[in-house]
Design a protein around this ligand. Structure first.
Ligand code: SR1
Ligand code: MG
Length: 410
């Protein structure tokens, strides 16, 4: 049997690898003996290291043949390939809102990117109580440019179909999303878990509401059958690193063509989790402001790119209709993205509370009873949103209801 060249790298292996990569080694400066390797893995899937030299630092990510946090859960290695391909596709569209791919190796499934050690994971920063009003609109900019630029609105279909073919092979991680996000929470499954008993009646209500289940089924079908643009695919607040002034979207390993509202909804859903995990009126108002600013930024920039698209490359679909009717049609498309955003936000909230992969947001609340009440508030909110999805006509309807629910018990 042929031995595959793949092996998991330790600190020595990492230094040996980088010593053979002149561009990366130059960024670090000095000699390999001076390089410090620090493991900083904290996601569910991969090993991540920071390597510092006298002149600078890089970040190395390596796929494991299993889920990092559950070695019994076997997994193909190709996820860093898709992350590298995603970075190379979106970096030219979004400029400084992600990181540069410095190296990818398909034998070792190693990806090396710029280090962001001066930045903080957005979820952590939010939990520490920072208020950075610039972040949400920057994520709006990121999604508008990354999605518009990979869609049929901006590129000839031959290019879009070729990119779609690449990312359509991201089967293992798409399966994770389908199962963990869009299916498990709505049925009995051993991967689901929650320990607060006050959540159980809400879970039972969710699972017995035909309106909710049909809404989820519809969104699940849309996720798989509406290849509007290249998505990040896992755009939660742990996939964003930021300072007050500089924001980067990282971890694009779940990249897949899908409905644009999936990325928007995942981001909004995670802001809502933070909202309910912060039982403080001022902080909650800041989150309402952030969601509004995110949507405004995304909407206006996507529409701006669409309207100013006369310079699209030859072969791109040019509009046939102009004038007010065309504007109404564009607005209808944006309304569809908004409907998806609200629906996928609800779905993301539910899976983060009762599914396999929870988030740390609620851990900040010391009192177990208050923690359970806040979780229940978020879960009930998401349930109501999905159960009455057709009644949310604008993002303001969503924010109004969020504000109303956020005042209960404060
Ligand atoms: C087994 S992977 C679980 C979750 O971690 C990733 O970050 C995605 O959010 C996925 O759903
Ligand atoms: Mg991730």
């Amino acid at each position: 049997m042929t031995q595959t060249p793949y092996h998991t790298l330790d600190a020595n292996g990492i230094c040996d690898l980088i010593a053979g990569l002149p561009d990366v080694a130059t960024r670090l400066g000095g000699a390999p003996a001076q390089w410090q390797v620090r493991e900083v893995s904290d996601g569910n899937l991969n090993n991540v290291f920071l390597i510092a030299g006298p002149a600078g630092e890089v970040c190395l990510k390596q796929s494991l043949p299993h889920v990092r946090v559950d070695p019994a859960w076997k997994m193909p290695l190709d996820r860093t390939f898709f992350e590298a391909a995603w970075l190379r596709t979106v970096l030219p569209l979004v400029g400084g809102l992600t990181t540069e791919c410095l190296f990818f190796d398909r034998d070792l499934y190693v990806l090396i990117v710029e280090s962001l050690s001066g930045h903080t994971v957005l979820r952590t920063a939010l939990m520490q109580g920072v208020d950075w009003p610039g972040v949400a609109p920057r994520i709006g900019t990121f999604i508008a440019h990354a999605t518009f630029g990979t869609s049929l609105l901006a590129r000839p279909f031959e290019e879009v179909f070729t990119t779609r073919r690449t990312f359509a092979a991201n089967l293992a991680l798409t399966r994770i999303t389908l199962d963990l996000v869009l299916d498990d929470p709505y049925r009995d499954h051993p991967r689901n878990h929650w320990h607060d008993p006050i959540l159980t009646p809400i879970v039972l209500d969710i699972r017995s509401s035909a309106a909710t289940l049909l809404a989820v089924e519809n969104l699940r079908r849309r996720f798989l059958s509406q290849p509007q643009a290249l998505l990040h695919g896992d755009l939660h607040t742990g996939s964003i690193m930021s300072t007050a002034d500089d924001t980067r979207v990282i971890d694009g390993e779940f990249a897949i063509y899908g409905p644009i509202g999936f990325d928007c909804g995942m981001f909004v859903g995670n802001l809502v989790l933070h909202y309910f995990a912060t039982p403080d009126r001022t902080a909650r108002k800041a989150t309402l402001r952030d969601i509004a600013a995110f949507w405004g930024s995304f909407h206006d920039q996507f529409m701006g790119l669409w309207k100013g698209n006369e310079a699209a490359p030859p072969g791109t679909l040019h509009p046939l209709a102009y004038g007010p009717a065309a504007h109404v049609a564009q607005q209808a498309f944006m309304d569809e993205v908004m409907g998806d955003t609200i629906g996928f936000a609800g779905i993301e909230i539910i899976r983060r509370i009762i599914g396999y992969a929870h988030t740390a947001d609620f851990d900040m609340i010391a009192d177990p009873e208050q923690r359970a009440t806040c979780r229940a508030g978020a879960l009930s909110f998401a349930y109501h949103v999905l159960d009455h999805l057709n009644e949310f006509h604008t993002i303001n309807d969503f924010l109004y209801y969020l504000d109303e629910q956020g005042q209960v018990g404060l």
